[in-house]
Design a protein around this ligand. Structure first.
Ligand code: GDP
Ligand code: ZN
Length: 360
């Protein structure tokens, strides 16, 4: 039997689940997704599950399909049988990326993460631009960001690096840690708690797996591989995507969260890092580096420090990004209207039904 509270189930979720509770559904949390087969943890244990046709159909694009971290309603079923996910509770937070090759359609990669650790390695200097980009991803998700400078054991100037990071981090705390001696990982523990869900994002190699190992305890991860659950009975080994920390807290670590770094943070900027830091010297924060006064980028071109063609492709990329953002906003607005329209139509139906009842 699983204590759902340890997974983050609260009175609030129970309330959100109430509309579905009558329909022979039980609540559970999606712990794993692999080729559209899910593993859902319910109070009665783990279940293999698939999205019911209705859920799939309703999902506008892929945004509403269940993802790891979702609280869902599943039908009853034996531990061996597949159950159906018939409801996905409204997400409190969600990490998403633009789905590949599908216009600006957004793909949610994980849901209901409370705190997100932005992990960087102190095997190099703290990079304010990079921190800024990851913070932007965290901000859109709704999760609370905490900046983590890992590998503090490798740096001779930890305090100075923390100061640099703190300047970029705004209100997010900055913690220096190490999984190999140094300050250890204890500073992270105060951000973990019973029922609280955490995730780690950051460049590959920053030490995210090592941190989860250190915080959860190796025993859990050693037995963490899920085997033998493939639909056709093939042997597969899938990395745990949701891990419960015995000392309190839940970690979510999905391939999608790992890719987020590539998709949402590094694409625009890593090849234009120098121009980005130049641009921070422009007078206007939203400078397009064209005709604006006080443009540091233009000045650098004129001084012959920067290639004009590179600036051109940089500006082009920025414009494209703007366009995507605007389209996404429009889409969100449209969804919202559609949702309101649906609610309006239902209210109207209820009204007519009530009136018909009164008339007869
Ligand atoms: P991930 O890609 O972010 O999951 O990074 P990993 O956890 O796989 O770590 C990448 C490499 O960094 C591995 O070789 C780790 O042993 C090493 N590493 C992780 N944390 C630390 C640390 O605190 N100090 C040092 N010196 N190395 C670390
Ligand atoms: Zn400029």
């Amino acid at each position: 039997m699983t204590d759902l509270a340890a997974l983050g189930w609260t009175d609030e979720w129970a309330l959100a689940f109430e509309p579905f509770a009558g329909g022979a559904l039980v609540p559970g949390r999606v712990a794993l997704e692999h080729n559209h087969v899910y593993r859902v943890i319910t109070a009665e244990g783990e279940r293999l599950a698939e999205a019911a046709g209705r859920v799939k159909h309703r999902a506008a694009g892929r945004r509403e399909l269940p993802v790891v971290g979702d609280w869902v309603g599943v039908g009853h079923g034996d531990s061996g049988a597949r159950v159906q996910i018939r409801a996905v509770l409204p997400r409190r937070t969600s990490f998403s990326r633009k789905a590949a090759g599908r216009g600006t359609e957004e793909q949610v990669v994980a849901a209901n993460i409370d705190v997100v650790f932005l992990v960087f390695g102190l095997d190099g200097p703290a990079n304010p631009n990079r921190i800024d980009r990851y913070l932007a991803v965290a901000r859109t998700s709704g999760a609370t960001p905490v900046v983590v400078l890992n590998k503090a054991d490798l740096s001779a100037s930890v305090d100075a690096e923390v100061a640099v990071a703190a300047a970029a981090a705004g209100r997010a705390p900055v913690l220096a840690v190490s999984t190999k001696g140094g300050p250890g990982v204890a500073p992270l523990e105060s951000h973990l708690a019973f029922g609280r869900t955490a995730a780690l994002i950051g460049p590959s190699g920053a030490g995210k797996s090592s941190l989860i190992n250190a915080l959860v305890g190796r025993d859990v991860l050693a037995t963490g591989d899920v085997r033998d659950w493939d639909a056709r009975g093939r042997h597969t080994s899938v990395h745990r995507q949701l891990v419960v920390r015995p000392a309190g807290g839940v970690f979510i670590d999905t391939p999608g969260m790992r890719e987020l770094a590539l998709w949402e943070t590094d694409a625009v900027s890593d090849s234009f890092e120098d121009l980005q830091s130049l641009a921070s010297g422009c007078r206007f924060r939203d400078c397009r580096h064209e005709k604006e006064p006080g443009c540091a980028v233009k000045a650098a071109v004129e001084a012959g420090d920067v290639d004009a063609a590179r600036v051109q492709s940089y500006v082009k990329l920025l414009t494209e990004q703007d366009l995507i953002e605007r389209k996404r906003d429009e889409r969100a607005l449209l969804d919202q209207k559609r949702q309101q329209g649906r609610a309006g139509a239902k209210a109207l139906r209820d009204f007519h039904r009530d009136r018909d009842r009164h008339d007869s």
